[in-house]
Design a protein around this ligand. Structure first.
Ligand code: GRF
Length: 195
């Protein structure tokens, strides 16, 4: 299976995914695409010999459909079987999602369905949650809402800040996403639950 990974920032999840696709793994990375030239993950992808592309969203000034047409063109050049959104911070329209439905995954830093959207760790702390975590799900038109393919839980510790909790969850993201991709690329849609 050919995997394209979409990033916006440092790409730590992308690195975990790329580094996991070795040996008898049923998938290989064919593209890392960023929506900004200063996404730190681009350099990490290049260092791993993965083709990269940049489709900057800013020139499209909020014209999501035009931006997505440029995304689609770049993606079709690499013909991925699976798209992994990994710290990709642009909301995709229903039209784009429908074209890739069933083949596009996302990782979200909360135990969905809790805390869709942004600032998930601050919201979990605000609520006094004793557990937090991350979720890998199939992308559907509804934001952060598709079928769950995996979840990883962490304890919230006394004195946690959004930053300390985010760092603990991010470590689990780096374990969960590769485990889900390996299973998903092998055609197995049973969810991965950690621990
Ligand atoms: C992190 O907050 C992670 O929880 C979320 O996207 C952000 C950046 O991740 N999935 P990455 O380091 O760019 O993969």
């Amino acid at each position: 299976k050919r995997v394209a990974i979409l990033i916006s920032g440092g790409g730590s999840n992308m690195v975990s995914l790329v580094d996991s696709m070795t040996g008898d793994h049923p998938a290989r990375p064919v593209l890392v695409l960023a929506n900004s030239a200063d996404a730190g993950g681009l350099e990490k992808a290049r260092a791993r010999g993965v083709p990269t592309a940049i489709v900057d969203h800013r020139p499209f000034k909020g014209d999501r459909v035009a931006f997505e047409a440029a995304l689609q063109e770049e993606l079709e050049r690499h013909a991925p079987d699976i798209i992994c959104l990994a710290g990709f911070m642009r909301v995709l329209t229903e039209g784009f999602v429908r074209r890739w439905q069933g083949r596009m995954l996302n990782i979200h830093p909360s135990l969905l369905p809790k805390y869709r959207g942004l600032n998930t760790h601050a919201r979990a702390l605000e609520a006094g949650d004793t557990q937090a975590g991350c979720t890998v799900h199939e992308v559907t038109a509804e934001l952060d809402d598709g079928p769950v393919l995996g979840q990883a839980r962490v304890e919230v510790l006394p004195g946690d800040t959004p930053e300390t909790l985010a760092a603990r969850v991010l470590q689990m993201e780096h374990a969960l996403y590769p485990a889900v991709l390996r299973r998903f690329a092998g055609g197995d849609r049973r969810p991965v639950m950690m621990p």
